[in-house]
Design a protein around this ligand. Structure first.
Ligand SMILES: [Zn+2]
Length: 444
C-alpha cells in the first residue's frame, strides 16, 4: 500500500514568532530561504503523495494564494477553512468525509525529513491498529509528554507532563506525525466535545482507554517544531549544517553500541531492581556528546536474569526507564535499548522454559547489532562497541566493528574469549572522548 493523501494542519497563528513572520501566517515561515509549507509539500511529493488537504484558519487567504502562485506544485491541493479553531483532532474529524481509508497527518509548524515510505509500510504491517504515531526520544523528557509502549510497540499509556517524582518513564515523545485510519476515527465524530480537541492531549488517550490500538514508530529522523524564534534558529542551523540531511534514514548511521553493566553502571551481580542501578560518573554527559555529534546510540545488553526468572520483564523495563530518566536529566538519550532475555543452560529454579534457548541475540552473537543495522541503518564499519568483557570484544569482532574495552566492571578479565580490543580506555566517558577526538562521526 502506498499512501496518497496527506492532511497539513496549517491553522496556527504563530504568536511567538510574530517578529519573524511579519504579516505572514506561521506555515509560511522562512526556513533557509524557503517557506516551511513548501518544504513539507516537496517532501510529500517526493514520496508520491498526490492529494493534500491544507486545513487553514488564520490568514487562510495568504496560504491559498501561495499554493496558487506555485500551481499547487502539480498536485491536487485543497485549502479548507474550517472556521472556529477546534484543535488538531477536531479539525481532522470535521473533514473525515474527505479522507481516504488511511491518511498522513503533518503539523504545519514542523520541519521534517522522514522516510515516509518506510513509515507507511510499518503502518500497513499493523492492520489491526487505528493509527501509527511517530515517536522519538528527546533531550528533555522530564518536561515532555511521554508515551509508553508494550513489547509489541503498541501504546499502553500517555503520561502528560509534569511527571510524578517517584516513577520512572521511558524517553519517548510524540513528534506530531501520524498515519491514521478513517474508520477508527469515525466513532469519535459524535463524541467530540465542544472547543479544542487535540490528538496528543485528548483523542489519543481516549482511543487507548477505548482499547483502540496505536502503533508507536520510534525513529531518530528529524522532526522539530519551529514554534519560537530560538527553535526556528536551531532548525535553520541544523538545515544549513547538513544535520537534517545526515539524519535521514537513506544515509548509513555511525552508531555507538554500548554494553550496560560494568560499562555504564556499577556491576552489582544480578541487577533486578532500579534502586540498584547507579551510573558511573560522567556517563550521561558522555552520551550527550555522542547525541550532539550525531552518532546513533544503542544499548546492547545480555539479560539472562529474565530467562532464569530472577527479574521480570516489567522489572527490566523499570530499570531501563530509570536509565533513560537519569540520562534525560542530563540532556542525553539512547536511540535504542536492545536486550537479550535468553539463556542457553537449563536447570535453574524458577526459570522461564521458553527463554532457555540458543538464540541469535545473546552476545557474542550479533543479533542485536543486526537489528540496529536494519532499524537504524547502522553503518557497521564506522561504528564502535564499548564494553567491559571479552564477550563484548568478541561480539564487535564478529560484527566487523571496532571495540573499546573499558577498565571498569570486569575490565576484560572475565576470561571467556581470547579477543583483543581495538583500543582500551579507562572509563566509558574516556572511550567516548577517544572516539570523538580521533574519528569524525561521518567519515567520507
Ligand atoms: Zn537472545
Amino acid at each position: 500500500m502506498s499512501l496518497q493523501q496527506a492532511v497539513i494542519l496549517a491553522g496556527g497563528q504563530g504568536t511567538r514568532l510574530r517578529e519573524r513572520l511579519g504579516d505572514r501566517p506561521k506555515p509560511l515561515i522562512d526556513v533557509a530561504g524557503v517557506p516551511l509549507l513548501e518544504r513539507q509539500i516537496s517532501l510529500l511529493k517526493r514520496y508520491g503523495y498526490q492529494h493534500i488537504l491544507i486545513l487553514v484558519n488564520y490568514k487562510a487567504e495568504q496560504i491559498r494564494q501561495f499554493c496558487q502562485n506555485h500551481n499547487n506544485w502539480g498536485l491536487h491541493i485543497e485549502c479548507i477553512d474550517d472556521g472556529e479553531p477546534s484543535g488538531t483532532a477536531g479539525a481532522v474529524l470535521n473533514i473525515l468525509d474527505k479522507l481516504h481509508t488511511d491518511f498522513l497527518v503533518v503539523y504545519g509548524d514542523t520541519m521534517l525529513e522522514v522516510d515516509l515510505a518506510r513509515f507507511a509500510a510499518t503502518h500497513a504491517a499493523h492492520p489491526q491498529s487505528a493509527g501509527t504515531i511517530f515517536l522519538h526520544p528527546n533531550d528533555h523528557p522530564h518536561d515532555s509528554d511521554l508515551v509508553e509502549l508494550d513489547s509489541n510497540n503498541f501504546v499502553t499509556a500517555f503520561h502528560p507532563y509534569p511527571h510524578p517524582a517517584d516513577t520512572y518513564l521511558p524517553n519517548l515523545v510524540n513528534a506530531a506525525l501520524y498515519i491514521l485510519r478513517r474508520e477508527a476515527l469515525n466513532p469519535w465524530r459524535t463524541k467530540q466535545p465542544q472547543g479544542v480537541f487535540d490528538f496528543g492531549k485528548h483523542l489519543f488517550p481516549k482511543m487507548v482507554a477505548a482499547r483502540q490500538k496505536l502503533y508507536g514508530y520510534n525513529s531518530f529522523e528529524y522532526i522539530k517544531d519551529c514554534g519560537t524564534p530560538a527553535r526556528l534558529d536551531k532548525i535553520t542551523f541544523d538545515f544549513q549544517s547538513g544535520k537534517i540531511e545526515r539524519m535521514s534514514l537513506k544515509h548509513k548511521q555511525p552508531t555507538i553500541f554500548i554494553d550496560r553493566d560494568g560499562t555504564l553502571n556499577h556491576e552489582v551481580g544480578h541487577l533486578n531492581n532500579p534502586d540498584k542501578l547507579e551510573l558511573f560518573e560522567g556517563v550521561a554527559e558522555a552520551i550527550r556528546k555522542l547525541n550532539q555529534a550525531n552518532y546513533r546510540t544503542c544499548l546492547i545488553t545480555n539479560q539472562p536474569v529474565i530467562a532464569r526468572g530472577e527479574c521480570t520483564l516489567a522489572e527490566l523495563k523499570n530499570i531501563h526507564n530509570k536509565l533513560e530518566t537519569l540520562l534525560g536529566q542530563k540532556g542525553a538519550f539512547l536511540d535504542r535499548i536492545y536486550f537479550c532475555p535468553h539463556h542457553p543452560d537449563k536447570g535453574f529454579a524458577g526459570e522461564v522454559a521458553a527463554l532457555k534457548i540458543n538464540c541469535q541475540c545473546r552476545k557474542p552473537a550479533i543479533g542485536m547489532i543486526q537489528q540496529a543495522k536494519q532499524e537504524l541503518n547502522a553503518n557497521l564499519p564506522n561504528s564502535w562497541l564499548i564494553g567491559d568483557t571479552t564477550t563484548d570484544l568478541e561480539t564487535a569482532h564478529r560484527a566487523g566493528i571496532r571495540s573499546i574495552l573499558v577498565q571498569t566492571g570486569h575490565a576484560g578479565r572475565d576470561g571467556k574469549y581470547q579477543r583483543p580490543p581495538t583500543f582500551t580506555a579507562p572509563t566509558f566517558p574516556q572511550a567516548v572522548n577517544f572516539i570523538l577526538n580521533n574519528t569524525p562521526p561521518t567519515p567520507k
